[in-house]
Write a protein that binds this ligand. Structure first.
Ligand code: CA
Length: 244
């Protein structure tokens, strides 16, 4: 892979570069956020950015946000020294695809890069049908959500939550189940994060947001037949049948 390493710790950068090059990656190094952004913009065929969160001139979160804002199509692997819930949520929301907590073993980086490489690989993809319920349509391949044909701009977390709810439309998903879907790499995220993101999601979906029902004390359910007569058990059965 063609990689950009944005890391201000010279020793770590040197060691990591050497190991990555031994694995036949091509590595460019930027010691600060500004240089990183310039290289990310200038480099042709860049596959992934390995991005330290603590940089001297700007936060790695800011670098990730600007890379996404600029529409640069590249995977971002965040390096964070702080193993806190907030940093994970912020990092992923800023546009990171995955992250590794320092101190890490090189094998962790190698494994994450392999996973990102597989995701980015062109070629035959398995057919990913659209998921729909009422006015909401989610196109997995295009990573696009529409409500009544209008595109709704969702963050990656919001998209994952909605995807899980649609996939199991009509069924109750617990907060823990939703966490597993939307924060697969974040073992320490609390269920409160789910509540917060469901709130954002409802707001962004507008009227269709009402399709996401709160099941008190348990979690959430996406109404598969909004406006229509509710036929509780049938809805559940349909959703289960469509699930396979
Ligand atoms: Ca640093």
């Amino acid at each position: 892979m063609h990689l950009l390493l944005v890391e201000d710790d010279e020793r770590l950068a040197r060691a990591l570069t050497r190991l990555l090059e031994e694995d036949r990656h091509i590595v460019e190094h930027a010691p600060d956020g500004q240089t990183g952004l310039e290289l990310a913009t200038a480099m042709d065929g860049l596959d992934a950015v390995i991005l330290d969160i603590g940089l001297p001139d700007m936060s790695g979160l800011e670098v990730a946000r600007r890379i996404r804002k600029a529409g640069i199509d590249v995977s971002i692997l965040m390096l964070t020294a702080r193993d806190t819930v907030n940093d994970r949520v912020l990092g992923l929301d800023a546009g990171a695809d995955d992250y590794v907590v320092k101190p890490f073993a090189y094998q962790e980086i190698a494994a994450r890069l392999r996973a990102l490489g597989r995701r980015a690989e062109p070629g035959p993809r398995r057919a990913e049908p659209k998921l729909a319920a009422g006015a909401i349509v989610l196109d997995e391949a295009a990573r696009r959500v529409t409500v009544n044909g209008r595109t709704v701009d969702l963050s990656p977390r919001e998209f994952s939550l909605l995807e899980a709810l649609l996939r199991h439309a009509g069924r109750v998903l617990s907060r823990d189940q939703l966490l597993d879907h939307a924060w697969p790499f974040s073992v320490a995220v609390t269920p409160n994060a789910v509540d917060a993101y469901v709130h954002y999601l409802r707001t962004k979906l507008g009227e269709a947001g009402a399709q996401i029902e709160t099941v008190r004390g348990v979690g959430y359910r996406l109404d598969a037949t909004p406006g229509g007569a509710r036929t509780g058990d049938d809805v559940t059965a349909d959703a289960a049948a469509a699930d396979g």
